[in-house]
Design a protein. Structure first.
Ligand code: NAD
Length: 310
């Protein structure tokens, strides 16, 4: 396996190009909007530089030389063994694209989708090549957050799953195998549960958006960088997880009874939150803050690696 195709030159596609090229793969990139490539190289370069600050063995120039940007979709399909699709999160766009890729790519080519929430069977229903299609979902930014969810559909073949795992292992991913199809997979279901509760607490007036953020930023989130919810509660009672469940389980059962209301995701709620957020972070400061986020993520990855945690 030498060549990977990346479909979509946006935020996620550019990050995949950095990941696959630094891992030694040749990368072919297609996007139907050529303007994307005006800033593409500088974006991928900055991602590779961020990666290099975690792993100094990465050669940015050599990695860039392995990327062929702005190829046609036909060229891409005839040159690669694996395709990572990162087009917009719109079902009809992905369905059309997968149908095209299934027609153009030789039979042995595996096709993965970065979709944030759509089961692969909803994208590929009626396709001849359903067996070679699979979800390969990253978190943003993929080059700094190693978790990749691999979620096959009922018709995805074992061979496809194995080939996909090989590629992502070779690219340094931390693979989460999702055993059954579900919208949102694991990552966005967990994120969704937290976001939905944050929205309920906010719109019911329990705290400001920044104070809700602070409970994660200065509270739960500090632990979550190196342990998940089950390990957290395993350490939060002297006798381990079983002890925790017998002491505190009833609290969570009670809370679950009133955590069922569909939260307010309306435009008005968005406007109110927008006003609150823009007082804290101006529009012109968003990009700088995203850069700072990446800087902090890099430092965190280093700390984990230096402590044998990654
Ligand atoms: N942004 C995130 O936080 C995040 C995280 C994980 C997964 N994802 C998923 O990754 C995918 C891409 O998201 P993004 O954030 O990179 O979006 P983006 O808007 O930055 O990039 C999408 C790219 O797809 C291109 N495109 C448009 N129509 C296309 C078509 N028909 N065929 C091929 N390319 C087309 C656009 O020109 C653009 O460059 C989505 O499925 C999204 O859900 C996003």
């Amino acid at each position: 396996m030498k060549n990977i195709g990346v479909i979509g030159g946006g935020l996620i596609g550019a990050s995949w190009a950095a990941i696959f090229s630094k891992s030694g793969f040749n990368v072919f990139v297609y996007d139907p909007f050529p303007d994307v490539f005006d800033t593409y190289k500088s974006r991928v370069t900055s991602f590779l530089e961020e990666l290099k600050s975690i792993d100094e063995t990465i050669n940015v120039e050599e990695s860039l030389n392995r990327i062929r940007e702005n190829v046609t979709v036909e060229d891409l399909c005839s040159n690669v063994e694996f395709i990572q699709e990162s087009a917009p999160e719109i079902l009809s766009v992905k369905q059309e694209l997968f149908a095209k890729l299934d027609n153009l790519a030789p039979e042995e080519v595996v096709i993965g989708s970065s979709s944030s929430a759509m089961p692969i069977s909803s994208i590929t229903q009626n396709l001849k090549g359903q067996h070679r299609c699979i979800i390969t979902h990253p978190a943003n930014p993929p080059h700094l957050i190693p978790c990749v969810e691999i979620c096959p559909g009922e018709n995805t073949s074992k061979k496809t799953i194995e080939k996909t795992k090989e590629i992502f292992t070779a690219s340094g991913a931390s693979i989460v195998n999702v055993k059954k199809e579900i919208d949102g997979f694991i990552l966005n279901r967990l994120q969704g549960a937290l976001l939905n509760e944050a929205m309920r607490l906010y719109s019911d007036g329990y705290a400001s958006s920044d104070e809700i953020d602070a409970t994660i930023r200065d509270g739960l989130g500090l632990r979550w960088a190196f342990m998940g919810p089950f390990e957290t509660i395993d350490l939060n009672a002297p006798g381990g997880i079983k002890d925790y469940i017998s002491r505190y389980g009833p609290i969570f059962v009670e809370m679950a009874k009133n955590q069922t209301k569909i939260p307010d995701w309306s435009e008005e709620a968005g406007e109110k939150l927008e006003l609150e957020r823009r007082k804290i972070l101006g529009h012109d400061e968003l990009e700088g803050r995203a850069k700072k986020r990446n800087q902090l993520l890099k430092s965190l990855r280093k700390v984990k690696i230096d402590n044998g945690e990654a």
